[in-house]
Design a protein around this ligand. Structure first.
Ligand code: CMC
Length: 428
């Protein structure tokens, strides 16, 4: 694999060190620094600014060009022509399914949507006003206590069963966390509905009245699931890989991913965007400018939520599709004049013309518009990140599966130690 070498010379070290350089299918070449440890050296890269933690063939991002490919297919083509279940198949198995494979896969997911009846008791331990992300973290981790069969992670078949169980049960558990919050009975999944319809049904139906699924909402929901499905080695996916590298239970690994996703710098941003738009209140120029100025103020920790990305230094291709979907949904609902949409569009326009944002290449990311669509569909703000977690489960489990399918080592970073050197405990 190595066709070139990098030579490292370190002041004070007599010999220079040769390191192999590998080229991937696309993207920057990488220098294999694993041999440095034997020379008494470590690399130092807090925040993983230039460190590849693994090899992967699932997703490719070119941040400079605003490109996102899943197994080679561009996200905008997938979002417009495929559906979430097909994307799950593609991410997990590497190729698009034919009709028979699709039907079989969709059928397997549908038949695993129910959760063990006793799992409902878990919810009762939470306060009614618990954030649904905390419920999700706990209950998904709790799945490890319910599904003891097919847990040999060295077997492809067992890993697939865990993957199917997780993809299928996440919407059920997510909807249950909402129902618990609002004090309504849990709703069982229905096998005649597709993935997105089923989620909306479990979220919004109740035993007292007939719930009609709005096809516009179902399509938008499916697209939101697709746009969040995978994003290569992001913080939560890396967390799942790291937990998985210890041989941990797959449900526990996904629970770790949910915890990492929750932060406002990652999946929690969609909730934070809506809270920010609420705080801005109206679309007056001076009001919006006040928030822009706050975001630019180095003495203020506030950041414009839904803006910026570690990898995209051009537009986020997911945000482009999300914006179109947002316009479509609000137009179909007769809410094209939605005040929050107006604030968001003006905010985007001002920020894109402002030198601070232009210089730093800060563009709207996927979370900037998703919250407005979700809100228009009647989804409460505290469920936004939960929906991100439902979508990202396929990404997490595909990376976990990929790692375990190949040779791997426990992930164990090293450090630059800056504390005390050895000292004696004071005599008493
Ligand atoms: N508002 C104002 N300034 C910003 C913002 C923002 N949203 N994002 C970055 N900056 C500034 C930052 O202060 C820094 O300025 P300077 O060079 O003067 O110190 C510069 O831009 C570079 O930013 P950074 O923080 O070094 O970039 P990062 O790669 O470490 O962080 C980020 C990326 C997404 C955490 C950050 O842009 C951010 O906090 N954005 C808001 C939260 C958000 O929308 N997150 C969702 C990400 S997309 C969904 C997902 O994948 O989870």
């Amino acid at each position: 694999m190595a066709d070139r070498k990098a030579t490292l010379t370190v002041e004070g070290l007599e010999k220079s060190i040769e390191l192999p350089v590998y080229s991937g299918a696309a993207g920057p070449d990488v220098i294999d620094v694993r041999g440095l440890g034997a020379e008494g050296l470590f690399t130092y890269d807090p925040g993983f600014m230039a460190t590849s933690s693994c090899q992967s063939a699932i997703t490719y991002i070119d941040g400079g060009q605003g490109v996102l490919l899943h197994r080679g297919y561009p996200i905008d083509q997938l979002a417009k022509q495929s559906d979430f279940v097909e994307l799950c198949y593609l991410l997990l198995f590497g190729e698009l399914p034919d009709k028979a494979q699709y039907d079989e896969f969709a059928g397997r997911i549908t038949h695993h949507t129910m959760v063990h009846e006793q799992l409902a008791n878990f919810f009762k331990g939470f306060r009614r006003d618990a954030h649904p992300m905390s419920i999700l973290c706990g209950v998904v981790g709790g799945l490890a206590a319910f599904y003891h069969d097919h847990l040999d992670i060295t077997k492809q078949e067992d890993r697939e069963i865990s993957a199917i169980r997780l993809i299928a049960k996440m919407p059920t558990i997510a909807a249950m966390s909402h129902k618990y919050n609002v004090g309504q009975p849990f709703v069982y999944p229905r096998n005649d509905l597709n993935y997105a319809e089923n989620f909306l049904y479990m979220m919004f139906s109740n035993p007292c009245e007939n719930y009609e699924i709005n096809p516009v909402f179902a399509k938008a929901m499916d697209r939101i699931f697709m746009l969040h499905a995978d994003h290569e080695q992001n913080a939560s996916t890396s967390t799942v890989r790291l937990a998985g590298s210890t041989g941990a239970n797959p449900f526990a690994c996904i629970s770790a991913g949910i915890a990492a996703l929750w932060g406002p710098a990652h999946g929690g941003a969609n909730e934070a965007v809506l809270n920010m738009l609420d705080e801005i209140g109206d679309d007056s120029e001076e009001n919006i400018q006040r928030f822009i100025d706050k975001a630019k103020d180095k003495n203020d920790p506030f950041k414009l939520m839904g803006f910026g990305h570690r990898v995209y230094r051009n537009f986020d291709p997911r945000a482009k599709v999300m914006k179109e979907t947002c316009d479509e949904v609000l137009a179909q609902l007769g809410k094209a004049d939605d005040p929050q949409l107006k604030i968001a569009k003006r905010l985007e326009q001002i920020a894109l013309e402002d030198e601070y944002f232009v210089e730093r290449k800060l563009y709207p990311n996927v979370d900037f518009y998703s919250g407005i669509i979700l809100k228009a569909m009647g989804i409460p703000t505290n469920m936004f990140t939960v929906i991100f977690a439902v979508s990202r489960t396929i990404g997490w489990i595909s990376h976990w599966h990929e790692m375990l399918s190949d040779s791997y080592k426990i992930s164990r970073p090293r450090q630059l130690y800056t504390g005390h050197t050895q000292r004696d405990y004071p005599a008493k």
